[in-house]
Design a protein around this ligand. Structure first.
Ligand code: FMN
Length: 339
């Protein structure tokens, strides 16, 4: 997929990603050291610089030891890396040996610097947690009071066609949750799934009209899709798989298919905050005013419930009627006003 930022950001941040296809060629020490140099300039509490990197290049004697730590899945593609790096940090401050709350946080910043520099240098940089942490501590001789966080594979880009079959389809930049899912003004307002406060969840659960209930219903439906009228297009729209949505539309899938709740794929895309999918569906003729058979919610009601302003714009531009009322007489803006 082509990534799209909702607000302006630097291209390097938007387009860095974690490919798996590498050529198997070696890289020079200069190339590798540039990455550690980038890590070096990360900010850290007290400028304590708690990050530690231990590496093995593919032609070094330690390579095999590092490689053997990886789970088979990671071995299947990391075998073509030029270097494997274990990232650790010192748990206590160096200046007073008191515990540092932020050693992991600081080290995360250093890793991201390294990854961005790698992207800029046309290298593959891919983090992994799929390896044996205890054994890793042993083989690298990790000092007391240090923590291992992750391992990274670094290499020169390779041909995706050389990857194991199942990984070829995944060799593309991934999307992200909408910002509303993780940014809160003032207080921490919502839970990850429902986007509601704990109080609202309790209240809404009691009245049976909760977003969480809808979400759980949908997740349950995904396990038993056919009997419940959930089509592949509903599933792809819910999962945020734009490529699959476009493919299904092109193949003539029913854009306005209804499941047992009369939810359309557009409802599903909106519930999950997938702006691009909402655009694709409306462009393909999705009924922006479709109402479900329980709460009588249109996609615009869902966008209001979830506070997705971007999606609201998309729906209004596609002709959504903001005067339609749900089962308790609310328009989308009535719902918005509840927040
Ligand atoms: C700490 C960490 C551990 C990860 N572990 C693995 C792993 O074991 N295997 C793997 O294939 N990808 C792993 N990943 C890669 C993530 O799946 C990837 O970063 C994420 O899906 C976001 O994609 P992007 O980096 O392409 O933007 C890991 C990433 C991080 C940051």
């Amino acid at each position: 997929m082509k990534r799209k930022a909702a607000y302006p950001i630097d291209d390097i941040i938007l387009h860095r990603w974690s490919p798996r296809a590498m050529s198997g060629a070696s890289i020079s020490d200069e190339q590798l050291m540039s990455l550690f140099e980038a890590a070096r300039w990360a900010p850290s509490s007290y400028n304590n610089q708690p990050w530690r990197f231990v590496y093995a290049k593919r032609d070094a004697p330690e390579w095999q030891t590092f490689f053997d730590l990886l789970v088979p899945f990671n071995q299947s593609w990391a075998k073509d890396a030029a270097a494997l790096v274990i990232i650790a940090s010192r748990n206590n401050f160096t200046h007073n040996n008191k515990p540092s709350r932020t050693h992991a946080f600081d080290t995360g910043a250093a890793w991201q610097n390294l990854a961005l520099q790698g992207y800029k240098d046309n290298l593959v940089v891919h983090a992994m947690e799929g390896f044996d942490y205890e054994k890793a501590a042993e083989v690298i001789n990790l000092p007391e009071g240090h923590t291992i966080h992750a391992m990274i594979a670094i290499g020169l880009p390779g041909d995706p066609a050389q990857l194991p079959q199942d990984l070829q389809a995944r060799e593309t930049p991934s999307d992200r949750e909408p910002m509303q899912a993780f940014v809160h003004e003032g207080v921490f307002k919502r839970d990850k799934w429902s986007n509601l406060t704990p109080e609202e969840i309790a209240k809404a659960d009691a009245s049976g009209t909760a977003k969480p209930l809808r979400l759980w219903a949908r997740l349950a439906d995904q396990e038993n899709p056919k009997e419940l009228g959930v089509t592949p297009l509903h599933q792809a729209a819910f999962a945020g798989d734009l490529t699959e949505v476009n493919r299904l539309i092109q193949q003539g899938a029913e854009v306005n298919a209804r499941d047992q709740y009369d939810w359309t794929p557009l409802h599903d895309a909106v519930i999950q905050g997938h702006v691009e999918i909402a655009k694709a569906l409306t462009a393909a003729g999705a009924d922006v005013n479709a109402q479900d058979n329980e709460e009588r919610y249109t996609p615009l009601h869902e966008a209001a419930r979830m506070q997705y302003p971007e999606i609201k714009k998309v729906l209004l531009a596609a002709g959504a009627d903001s005067t339609i009322t749900n089962n308790i007489g609310e328009t989308p803006s009535d719902i918005e006003d509840r927040w």
